[in-house]
Design a protein around this ligand. Structure first.
Ligand SMILES: [Zn+2]
Length: 102
């Protein structure tokens, strides 16, 4: 006898300030990833479905987004205005104004 099923996991990826499409408030949204894994004898083997959601913390509305959008939002939240760029040698040469120019 073979016992198989699915198991869902939720990962919180980021918290972002977005304008909610539901209530219209610029409020904090959580960015979550929901992964459904195939299990065999209750052991999760491999994920077969990954979905991304944002949820408004103001009204609780959930919105499904594409993984591309989720990636963009994560980049936004991680690098938000801090000028995080690879290859910066400690940034002590010029202080303040323009940490990098292109
Ligand atoms: Zn809302």
């Amino acid at each position: 006898m073979i016992i198989f099923g699915t198991k869902g996991y939720i990962y919180q990826l980021a918290i972002l300030t977005l304008v909610c499409g539901h209530c219209g408030n610029p409020s904090a949204h959580t960015l979550r990833k929901r992964v459904t894994k195939f299990t065999l004898f209750f052991v999760p083997l491999f994920p077969f479905s990954t979905k991304h959601f944002t949820q408004c913390t103001f009204c609780g509305a959930e919105q499904q987004i594409s993984s591309e959008q989720a990636q963009q939002l994560q980049v936004q939240s991680a690098g938000g205005g801090q000028g995080v760029q690879g290859g910066q040698p400690h940034g002590q040469a010029q202080q303040g104004q323009h940490p990098y120019q292109r």
